[in-house]
Design a protein around this ligand. Structure first.
Ligand code: FAQ
Length: 333
């Protein structure tokens, strides 16, 4: 929490009360910039530029929607999990994702964007969710591949967000990252069991990795040269690293993990580059990424249709909660 500056009465307006709005705005902006420069947190009560607020709402909403839509591909396998233990683990994981969505919608609410408004934007296609959740889960091994690769990519992307300049988002990310870290390990362990199982199980694990690898690399967003928001978001310390930096970090971490799993990554150009101190990797199909963003991925339509239906089916719960609140008042809730 930023403790050094009093934002509600900035120096400019205190020393020159008649200097007008411009001086007051400049004073507020100076306090905001000083907070960023000191690596302190901006809090909901603080003044912030409109663009900073809008960028955070966009990113946090997109993130929250991803967590909620991201429940669908894995929930697809709850009834078909191969054992009671795997089923219990998967149910807990999917519930965790719901919880992440709720922390994030709450963080967005502190910026003045209500959950109803954000859900409405998701349902009407005016806000995005991550491209990765538009791919199907065809076999049980996909659940392991999602845990290993998708949660793995999420961690790489989200650990730096624990240092995001906006306090409520940064704090939500701390808890989310702890849980994602657990998810990633369960995915790895599940894939390892398959990889070391029968030849059919091994082939199933390899097939899942072959299908999820490239879409996982796309999760980090477009290449830096095409990233419209990165420069400003990094200046505002919302993002701490560029899309390509994080993507590279992910590749570097995954290669030895794939070896430990006894699986290969589907990229013939993947090789260690001594000069760069990183793995080189092949070209990503950015046309496919753009198609998925435009709504033409394999599951876009199904994901949104199911989400809208789940929301409609939950209308009676929202009505009952509101009626209860109206009857009993806030103190009894
Ligand atoms: N999918 O200028 P940039 C999870 C859009 S993890 C869809 O680079 P930015 C956990 C972007 O919105 C997944 N759209 O954008 C889990 C922008 O379009 P706009 C969620 C994408 O924001 C695991 C345009 O492209 N994680 O859910 C994607 O600076 C397992 C230009 O891009 C987060 O959201 C994409 N992959 O950087 C749950 C993390 N990439 O809005 C269940 C927080 C880019 O102008 C199961 N978000 N776009 O119309 C971020 O860190 C950033 O928003 C990036 C994109 C890095 C995703």
């Amino acid at each position: 929490m930023a403790m050094t500056a009093v934002r509600e009465t900035p120096p400019a307006s205190r020393s020159a009360p008649d200097a007008g709005h411009e001086a007051a705005d400049a004073g507020l902006e100076a306090v905001f910039e000083a907070t960023l420069a000191a690596d302190e947190r901006v809090e909901p009560r603080d003044w912030m530029p409109d663009g900073y607020r809008a960028t955070l709402i966009r990113q946090i909403a997109q993130h929250a929607h991803s967590e909620i839509i991201g429940m669908q591909p894995e929930a697809n396998w709850i009834t078909r999990a191969p054992s009671l233990r795997r089923k219990a683990i998967l149910m807990a994981k999917v519930q965790d994702e719901a919880g992440h969505g709720l922390y994030l919608y709450s963080a967005a609410e502190t910026l003045g964007a209500s959950r109803d408004e954000l859900l409405d934007k998701l349902h009407s296609g005016r806000q995005r969710y991550s491209s990765i959740f538009n791919y199907p889960t065809l076999t049980w091994a996909d659940v392991g591949a999602i845990g290993w690769l998708v949660d793995g990519a999420a961690i790489i992307n989200q650990v730096p967000l624990c240092r995001c300049s906006y306090g409520p988002y940064a704090r939500a990310m701390v808890r989310i990252c702890k849980e994602e870290s657990f998810h990633q390990r369960q995915g790895f362990e599940s894939l390892l069991a398959l990889s070391q199982g029968t030849p059919e199980q091994h082939a199933m694990a390899q097939d899942a990795v072959d299908r999820w690898w490239w879409p996982s690399l796309m999760m980090f967003g477009p290449p830096d040269a095409d990233s419209t928001h990165s420069a400003q978001s990094m200046a505002w310390k919302i993002k701490r690293h560029s899309n390509d930096e994080l993507r590279q970090r992910f590749v570097d971490i995954c290669v030895p993990q794939a070896e430990a799993l006894g699986l290969t990554l589907p990229d013939p150009e993947l090789r260690w580059n001594d000069e760069r101190g990183h793995y080189d990797y092949g070209a990503i199909d950015w046309d496919e990424f753009q198609q998925v963003l435009r709504g033409n991925g394999p599951c876009n339509e199904q994901r949104l249709t199911r989400r809208r239906r789940a929301h409609d089916n939950g209308a009676w719960v929202r009505e009952a909660a509101s009626a209860y609140a109206a009857k009993h008042g806030p103190e009894e809730r």
